[in-house]
Write a protein that binds this ligand. Structure first.
Ligand SMILES: Cc1cc2nc3c(=O)[nH]c(=O)nc-3n(C[C@H](O)[C@H](O)[C@H](O)COP(=O)(O)O)c2cc1C
Length: 183
């Protein structure tokens, strides 16, 4: 499979899903060339672009219990393809900071999205994202602090923590590389 046959997309609001997608691209393209990951905003890629890819990677952030709407729309387009290419799916959320919540069976957002779109991803993982109260508006800050209070996370309004395990991101990229080699 050619390197440029891997198409990497992301859906983000605060940048962590983009950073993860960029990290995956850098690791995959060591020694080769891989196009930069593409934001699903402002416009989704046309179905023909997805159909042409040999492998699709989607890194999608969660907000208020669901993946971002453009990621959901992307997966609707993807799953309507007559013969969809293999999919490597990564969810970015704060639930994944907890043990057991990084797999497709253990992470509720990943599990529900896979079921809703009837996906059969070649690889699926949830990465812990970033908590940075300074970025949020007062309403989001209030709600996230309350959720953190309930789930034993930090509530200090000055908190800025990156929970992402970059070694887990490396492992995911290596699984994608193995899928590429298998082709
Ligand atoms: C408004 C808001 C709502 C969120 N809702 C959830 C949620 O329902 N579940 C969860 O696990 N994480 C939730 N998060 C945490 C985000 O998934 C996490 O911050 C992630 O890193 C965001 O990715 P992004 O920087 O690519 O936008 C929320 C964050 C914000 C700001």
């Amino acid at each position: 499979m050619r390197d440029d046959a891997i198409a990497v997309y992301y859906a983000t609001r605060d940048g962590q899903a983009r950073r993860i997608a960029e990290h995956i691209c850098r690791r995959l393209s060591a020694g080769g060339m891989l196009p930069a990951p593409r934001n699903l905003l402002p416009a989704l890629p046309p179905p023909a672009e997805l159909a042409q890819a040999r492998l699709i990677v989607l890194v999608a952030a969660v907000r208020y219990g669901r993946h971002l709407p453009e990621a959901d729309r992307f997966l609707s387009v993807y799953s309507a393809l007559p013969t969809p290419p293999p999919l490597a799916l990564a969810s970015v959320n704060l639930s994944a900071r907890k043990p057991g919540k990084t797999t497709s069976s253990g992470n509720p957002y990943l599990r529900k999205t896979i079921a809703r779109h009837r996906l059969a991803p070649a690889a699926a993982v949830a990465f812990a994202g970033r908590l940075d109260y300074r970025l949020y508006n007062w309403r989001d800050r209030l709600i996230i602090r309350f959720i953190m209070l309930l789930t034993g996370g930090p509530t200090d309004a000055a908190t800025s923590i990156e929970y992402t395990s970059w070694s887990a991101v490396d492992e995911f990229a290596d699984r994608i590389a193995a899928l590429r080699r298998r082709d």
